[in-house]
Design a protein around this ligand. Sequence first.
Ligand SMILES: [Zn+2]
Length: 515
Amino acid sequence: MSAEPVDPAAPLLIRNAHVLALDGGNHDPGHEWPDADIVIENGVIAAVGPQAGDGWPRPFGRVIDARGQLAMPGLINAHFHSPGNLLKGTLDSLPLELFMLYEVPPLAQESDASRLAYVRTMLGALEMLRRGITTVHDDAFHVPIATPESVDAIMQAYADAGIRATVAIDQPNIVEYDKYPFLGDLLPAPIRRQMDSAPRQSTRELLDLYGHLISRWHGAEQGRLKAAVSCSAPQRVTQDYFAALSSLSKTHDLPFNIHILETKLQRVLGEEKFGKSLVRHVHDLGFLDDRMMVIHAIWIDDADIRLLAQAGCTVAHNPVCNLRLGSGVMPYYKLRAAGVPICLGSDEATSDDAINMWSVAKTGALLQTIANPEYLDWPTAPEMLAALTRGGARALRQSESLGQLKVGYAADIALLDLDTLPFTPYNDLKRQLVYCEDGSSVRTTIVAGRVVYEKDAVIGIDEKALRAEARDLADAGRAQFESAQAAARLLEPYYRAMYLKAAGRDVGFTRWVGG
Ligand SMILES: [Zn+2]
């Protein structure tokens, strides 16, 4: 079952690979050697370069002959929600506000069982490892409430899968209709009362859960698992909880997940509720800082971009999700010009149903061509590769240890077969990685120096049994899912009215092409 070396502490040698180190800058892929070695010891890269393994002072536990293969840093999925993993393909494309109504029905009562959370988390981890994605930043929500058991189930799945994971608890704690503009007025009183009584967790309860996440899991598995914080979005949490999360992020130096201005409706919400942009709102609260990973940032204006740049925020771009939900086009070139670091995410499996960072990078590069006629601003392939690796590391506050093939950095590596159709004929490695590769050339995935995927199998996991269990769990939940969908259909007219009202407002600019 396991292909681990006999002595797991013995160094691992990857020999004669084509190495793309991605250790340069945002536009410079850095070192590239057509024939080089990588020596891995204690989970980190001990040496990299031509003949780096020659005369190594200690015997190797294992040697991987990578002739004809590319070695590059594993990809980082900087924004993801694992609870969507069983829902791929369940919904038509819908605007976010209607999509969320069906995906997380606001009146859902049943709590996710731990086994369900474990299996669906594992399912997503397998999909990522098979495609050379070695790190995931999971903004995990829990329906209807989070518990220590539901948190543990997710973390245990990542521990067992072997992927590197940083996980937050994404738990809104205000009443459903208060998260939106206009909705409270549109909904009939009986529905509002039902929403009033839906379960919500107090700041104290949620902070206790964070205490559990941090004490049990932050730094677990030799640092492979870490905690992050999340408020989901500024309009979805109470102010005292938002403040507590901000200080928790500072105290432990944790990445702060925050969805801001994903949709035009959220731009309107900022005007209606706070009399200003949501970026300005978070800035004025004093919470905008360099730990914040601002997710989406589509309906931002030039003043917002200046605030994000001044605060040192990273922006997580999720182009496939943005297209699936009709959110509009993120002003990538404006953020880049302001010096805002950009990372890439698949977002959840309901909105990028494939969990495929290769197609995320390709889509991200292509999307800007319809947003901006200045072709000199269009993202290049090396830039997309940097966003997939060092950009994600920056968002995770691990720039000094992750995302590059460099001595002292984590040995998180994807080995790709270059004798495949995406690389035939071999013209330009970087462009073919972004525009041709879809993950199918990945032959071996290494995380923290451990081979976790090779020979078409994720090591230590009975994938066939897991897929069968996932199907059974999905089937068992089908009736409940259908009744939640029926309940959501009853609410849809009110959400649609809200959506149309916001869509029709002039906010001074548009992020919809042709709008
Ligand atoms: Zn998201």
